[in-house]
Design a protein around this ligand. Structure first.
Ligand code: HEC
Ligand code: HEC
Length: 255
């Protein structure tokens, strides 16, 4: 325990110093920036509106009539979720699994509302995740290297630093060493998670951080882990630490 505490007190060195951190928005073109800034033009608003309806709707009981409690019945108004997105990824106490926000929402849907857990990247899950994350808009990402999270953090860091795929590149080759430079048609950002779920023009819809990471795995021709894989949550935890101090910018837009 003492060793864990000591390790938690001395986090690893940062490839990008905190004052030099830049949100992905910084690297976006003027069209994307104005779309993100203007709530009326931001297409992610449609999903947030859908999230609001889902939040207050009491789903029909699967058997025997009547209704299950809505998200709102247990949690209050969506504003009660202020700060909640910042607590993920975290270890879910009952299951001991590392949960990202999507996992928590799927869990509540299944165990508290007795509905089928929404699929990853379904409109339903993206809408609720966007709604919950938006409640933390403007709050800054924080590092939470508790003893319980530390092994997951280390696994995420190892994955971040590992060369992989046919291109044999680590995340940092693009996002620590070459940010601000062109990669094919893209301007490389520092690879931060603070805008996720993001509305991506190329996808024509919002997508989760997990989907974005899968694109980066694909980009280096690496084997893509299955949906829901622990390694993606560990990577997400590492990215959160790495982006410490950046504000949550949901709903964000990307090319
Ligand atoms: C070959 C270069 C390359 C590698 C290696 C790479 N990425 Fe990316 N990544 C990109 C490109 C291109 C984008 C889209 C433009 C941008 O935001 O940089 C991107 C975007 C991202 C974003 C979204 C940033 C935003 O603001 O929307 C994250 C997060 C990210 N990468 C994380 C990772 C992680 C973690 C790894 C390692 C598993 C990785 N990337 C490996 C090229 C790369
Ligand atoms: C019957 C009550 C109940 C319902 C209905 C419910 N939840 Fe939960 N929720 C909980 C409990 C209890 C927790 C504490 C963590 C746990 O046990 O999973 C929780 C935790 C959460 C958290 C983490 C909050 C934080 O501050 O860390 C989120 C986010 C969440 N729920 C979202 C939802 C969403 C979205 C819905 C609707 C789809 C929903 N919940 C429906 C009971 C409920």
């Amino acid at each position: 325990m003492a060793a864990c505490t000591a390790a938690a007190a001395a986090p690893p060195e940062r490839a990008i110093a905190l004052p030099d951190l830049r949100s992905g928005l910084h690297f976006a073109g003027p069209d994307v920036r104005s779309m993100q800034a203007d709530a009326a033009a931001n297409p992610a608003q449609l999903w947030i509106d859908q999230g609001r309806s889902l939040w207050s709707a009491a789903p029909a009981r699967q058997r025997g009539g009547g209704a299950e409690p809505s998200c709102q019945d247990c949690h209050g108004r969506p504003g009660s979720m202020t700060g909640a997105a910042l607590r993920f990824p975290r270890v879910h106490p009952a299951s001991g699994r590392l949960f990202n926000l999507e996992d928590q929402i799927r869990h509540c849907r299944a165990t508290r509302q007795h509905q089928p857990a929404p699929d990853f990247e379904s409109d339903e899950l993206l809408a609720l995740t966007l709604l919950v994350t938006e409640a933390s808009a403007g709050l800054t990402l924080r590092a939470r290297l508790t003893p319980e999270l530390l092994p997951h953090f280390e696994a995420g860091r190892t994955l971040y630093e590992r060369r992989q795929g046919q291109l044999n590149l680590a995340c940092g080759h693009c996002h620590d060493r070459h940010w601000g430079q062109r990669f094919h048609t893209d301007l490389l950002s520092q690879g931060h998670p603070n805008g996720y779920p993001v509305y991506r023009l190329e996808w024509q819809k919002p997508g989760s951080l997990e989907r974005r990471l899968r694109s980066c795995f694909f980009g280096v021709r690496a084997e893509i882990p299955p949906w829901g894989d622990l390694s993606m949550r560990q990577l997400g935890l590492y990215l959160t630490w790495r982006a410490e101090g950046l504000p949550v910018e949901v709903p964000a837009v990307r090319k």
